[in-house]
Design a binder for this molecule. Sequence first.
Ligand SMILES: *[C@@H]1O[C@H](CO)[C@@H](O)[C@H](O)[C@H]1NC(C)=O
Length: 169
Amino acid sequence: MASSKAFMWLLFFFFVCSLNIFAVLATEFNVGGDKRWVVSTVKDDQLYNQWAGKNRFKVNDTLRFEYKKDSVLVVTKEEYEKCKSSHPIFFSNNGKSIYKLEQPGLYYFISGVSGHCERGLKMIIKVLEPAAPPQSANHTSTPTVAGANVASVINGVVLVMGFILGLFM
Ligand SMILES: *[C@@H]1O[C@H](CO)[C@@H](O)[C@H](O)[C@H]1NC(C)=O
């Protein structure tokens, strides 16, 4: 009996470890899901932000944009709001654009095709700070960004679940 309890704890331990591995691996996101990067028939400027809101993006994740006769631009916040950019940070129109999110922060994507951004082919991506940022002397106690410590929150939840289950065994 006691040994099976220990075994269960061991299982939980490995489960928690495997979650950590998934938290570190970079993910490739297919922007828009099955819809891809396609201008909608109904005007909806939150369409892609809703898709983005369902996902968590971390440093080194990549976004894959698939489309026909369109383009992907990374622009500034002001250009995003105006749906216009003369010097985009990134431009691609080859039908399959991969964009790597190399730093935490906000990324503004728009379509470069006239009228498409206005119809909703645009998106803001928020990339979270890494879970364990390197500590430096002049970086004293920065407030925790919401969601930044996903891995440790998951660990906590799993350990509490394990503890509760342990009580019943
Ligand atoms: C992102 O990738 C670069 C280059 O491959 C690497 O040096 C860096 O440590 C990675 N950052 C994170 C947070 O995984």
